[in-house]
Design a protein around this ligand. Structure first.
Ligand SMILES: Nc1ncnc2c1ncn2[C@@H]1O[C@H](COP(=O)(O)OP(=O)(O)OP(=O)(O)O)[C@@H](O)[C@H]1O
Length: 533
């Protein structure tokens, strides 16, 4: 099938040819004809399979016909759970709607109101928004909904998880009842109820069951003894041939910052991406990732959601996600648009319950892999319902020596010959990530210091303290900011990991580069923390 068979407006076909698209992906081939018929749709497909175009193209096709009502308001509203995703959808709509001269605007939280007010006062066709900021503008009477024909709920599963459904309900109540509604999600599990509430007689389209998904992503698992082992393995993996760009996921924003700083100091073009950064900083980091100026992104779940960057060859789960759905979204940052990718997860024996949840969700059974020179010292237990045990599958050349194209310095997990290590000066006897490691382990001296732990305001004038640490707390912060939202139940878990861990240095962020001594990875010297590339 070709795009020409889909009955799309010629100006859209021209834009697709210019984008280099030859034929529709399965989700596009199935959704576009139904959407063009005016049907409401609930659709799910694997990450990276072109869901954005699956709803954007029929939405744009509406614009080829003039609306009878002459007003300025949007004809299409796309709601996304995150700001980054909104920016990406907006960009895609502009690309595909280039020859239609579609007027697309993105309105998200964290950006100044005056500019958004100005954008909303101009005539527009497609409005891409996060629910909270949309409601803000709606309540202030800044959005004219009289022409609205189509609502798209993108990443509906995530909107549900992040507690946006009450907002979505309020928005749906305000929209014309005669609209068409398209719902796209990575999974339809738990979404059916939403379909009944917000869609009219929807057709359900599911491309590949959960078990068939991600065939193009090689999923590896490495058992690790401790943080030190994890860091050595990470150092090794990042310099393996074939790594173009990588996203490393950590469980906390604080750890994302620390790991990014240390990787940067080790010579990797690294940046962090998480919800404590300003939206401007998040956008700049993503632009650098897109341009290849950032090679290693250390991110948390919310911030990295939906990132579509072609060069990402590797996803590394430095910490396993707490929710199996997040695993699927993480690994989906690689292997996009028919490419292949590698997803590597680190786990210890205490993570087995998380592994089991992921296995149940994805239908993919992990076979622990071992890289020569990086074998776990503790016996690996991969128990499942059948009592399976494994000591790990050997991965790599198996010549007994660690691999890596250059600068390997990791086969020395107990310290050993530290003179040859890169981190000298004030970082003697440490490897990158050691601070992350120290933060993750019990430390009496540090615990004793906890009472005097400083906030960032005290240290560097930044009002953010790192006491709120997980993405789910970020979701909660959004809830507090915009009212009404219902964070998922696990938000109520003991929140303050970071408070428990304390801070080994008593403070952070003095913005001074650390001495890095002989670097083996790259040449540049660190100049500042956080946005390092
Ligand atoms: N028909 C096509 N031919 C070639 N490339 C395509 C086609 N459709 C989409 N793409 C490209 O595939 C990539 C992934 O598309 P998209 O971001 O829409 O995936 P997705 O399913 O929404 O992923 P996620 O669930 O992770 O957000 C994009 O870079 C897009 O440009």
């Amino acid at each position: 099938m070709s795009f020409a068979d889909l009955n799309l407006d010629p100006s859209i076909l021209r834009a697709l040819t210019e984008a280099g698209y030859e034929s529709p992906t399965p989700i596009q081939a199935q959704s576009i004809p139904e959407a063009l018929q005016g049907r409401d749709i609930m659709a799910s497909a694997q990450t990276g399979t072109g869901k954005t175009a699956a709803f954007t193209l029929p939405a744009l096709n509406l614009l080829a016909t003039q609306h009878p009502v002459r007003s300025r308001g949007p004809r299409i509203l796309v709601l996304t759970p995150t700001r980054e995703l909104a920016a990406q959808v907006n960009e895609a709509a502009r690309k595909y709607g280039k020859f239609l001269r579609a007027r697309c605007v993105s309105i998200v939280g964290g950006m100044p109101y005056p500019l958004q007010n100005k954008l909303l006062s101009q005539p527009l066709d497609i409005l891409v928004a996060t629910p909270g900021r949309f409601i803000d503008h709606l309540e202030r009477g800044r959005i004219d909904l009289s022409r609205l024909q189509m609502l798209v709920l993108d990443e509906a599963d995530r909107m549900l998880d992040m507690g946006f459904m009450p907002d979505v309900e309020r928005i749906c109540d305000a929209l014309p009842a005669e609209r068409q509604t398209l719902l796209f999600s990575a999974t339809l599990d738990g979404i059916m109820d939403i379909g009944k509430r917000f869609l009219r007689d929807p057709i359900t389209i599911q491309v590949a069951g959960q078990k068939d998904k991600h065939a193009n992503i090689e999923q590896r698992l490495h058992f690790v003894d401790d943080m030190n082992h994890k860091n050595k393995l990470l150092e090794h993996l990042l310099v393996e041939p074939g790594v173009n760009q990588a996203i490393i996921f950590t469980s906390t924003k604080r750890h994302a910052d620390l790991l990014a700083e240390d990787l940067y100091a080790a010579g990797h073009k690294t940046a962090a991406l998480h919800g404590d950064m300003t939206q401007g900083a998040r956008n700049r980091t993503l632009t650098k990732l897109r341009h290849g100026d950032v090679k290693v992104l250390v991110a948390t779940d919310v911030a990295a959601r939906g990132i579509d960057v072609h060069g990402i060859t590797h996803v590394i789960n430095y910490d396993l996600p707490k929710f199996a759905e997040d695993y699927v979204h993480r690994i989906g940052r690689t292997g996009r648009a028919n490419n292949t990718g590698i997803a590597i997860s680190f786990a210890s024996n205490t993570d087995r319950h998380l592994l089991r949840k992921i296995e149940q969700y994805t239908g993919h059974k992990f076979q622990p892999a071992v890289i020569a020179g990086f074998e776990p010292k503790r016996a690996v237990r991969m128990d499942d319902g059948e009592g399976r045990r494994s000591n790990g599958k050997r991965h790599g050349s198996g010549n007994g020596r660690p691999q890596g194209k250059s600068g390997f310095r990791g086969n020395n997990r107990d310290g050993g010959n530290r003179e040859n290590r890169e981190f000298r000066g004030n970082r003697e006897n440490s490897s990158f990530g050691d601070r992350v490691m120290r933060e993750g382990q019990p430390n009496r001296a540090r615990d004793a210091r906890q009472g005097e732990q400083k906030t960032d305001r005290e240290v560097n004038g930044n009002s953010k303290s790192y006491t709120k640490d997980t993405d789910f707390q970020f979701a909660r912060a959004l809830t507090e900011e915009f009212g009404q939202r219902r964070p998922r139940s696990s938000n109520n878990q003991p929140a303050n990991k970071q408070e428990r861990f304390g801070n080994p240095n008593g403070h952070r962020g003095n913005n001074k580069p650390r001495a890095t001594g002989n670097k083996s990875f790259g040449e540049s010297s660190p100049k500042r923390p956080r946005s390092f590339a």
